[in-house]
Design a protein around this ligand. Structure first.
Ligand code: NAP
Length: 239
């Protein structure tokens, strides 16, 4: 069983990689920080010397990097049963990607969208030859509900003046719509691949690095075990 975990070097992706390798999956960690990814690999191997993990470079915010990753991956001639689109940034200051796209949208949605499209043939081929159902898992978030009034602002993706933390919610909404539409198309085609978007819940990870306020609120949740909704309603970006 071959699995690709994007952003598998830390947080939820690292734990996902650890558990999948325990189940015998061969995991390719796709990461922009190769040093961190190799350290993650070593940490997993320390507790499970049979873990099968490889690291490949991928900067999801760059379409060229996605192209290069897929080229390298396909050259390995491995099957691909599971794709986990897990990488993400949250509440980063306004910036454009190399391709000139607002960074949340570029990283959380567009990079994963492009990657999935480029790997789809390989996944279909694997599902057919192995007879095992393929899986695409796209990490979304409760924050998909905290997007701009228009949902996805196609005409204003890069608008700096009205940019806000809702850019994260917008990208996460796009993740869900991607999963829904891909599910519909694959079903129509009769392809044996399931696509799911998932809200992983609230987990203290490096994702919070751009929001001291959010991080401290979450610390309260953990320390006081308060009701999550009452906490969220007090956080500016979620209210
Ligand atoms: N933690 C939560 O409570 C929570 C809640 C809802 C949804 N989520 C979602 O869960 C997913 C995982 O988040 P996490 O909490 O585990 O955060 P995390 O620890 O920060 O993990 C995110 C991973 O994405 C990688 N990444 C970011 N930008 C990238 C890029 N341009 N190219 C390649 N990799 C990139 C990061 O690598 P670097 O170290 O190089 O930045 C990191 O390994 C995200 O999609 C997030 O939106 C998390």
């Amino acid at each position: 069983m071959r699995c690709g975990c994007v952003g598998g070097a830390s947080g939820i992706g690292l734990e996902t990689t650890r558990v999948l390798t325990m189940r015998g999956a061969h995991v390719i960690i796709a990461a922009r920080n190769i040093k961190a990814a190799n350290e993650a690999k070593q940490a997993i191997l320390k507790n499970n010397e049979n873990a099968k993990i490889d690291v490949l470079e991928l900067d999801l915010s760059s379409l060229n990097s996605v192209n290069a990753f897929v080229h390298t991956f396909k050259a390995l001639n491995l099957p691909l049963n599971i794709l986990i689109n897990n990488a993400g940034v949250m509440f980063c200051p306004y910036q454009l990607s190399q391709d000139g796209i607002e960074m949340h949208f570029a990283t959380n949605y567009l990079g994963h969208f492009h990657l999935t499209n480029l790997l789809l043939d390989k996944m279909k081929e694997t599902a057919t030859t192995t007879g095992i159902e393929g899986r695409i898992v796209i990490l979304s978030s409760l924050a998909h509900a905290y997007t701009y009034e228009q949902g996805i602002r196609f005409e204003k993706i890069n608008d700096k003046d009205s940019y806000s933390k809702k850019a994260y919610g917008q990208s996460k909404l796009a993740n869900i719509l991607h999963a829904n539409e891909l599910t519909r198309r694959l079903k129509e085609e009769g392809v044996n691949i399931t696509v799911n978007s998932v809200n992983p819940g609230f987990i203290m990870t490096d994702l919070m690095r751009h929001s001291f306020v959010l991080m401290s609120k979450f610390m309260h949740i953990y320390l006081e075990k308060k009701n999550i909704n009452s906490i969220l309603s007090k956080i500016e970006c979620f209210s």
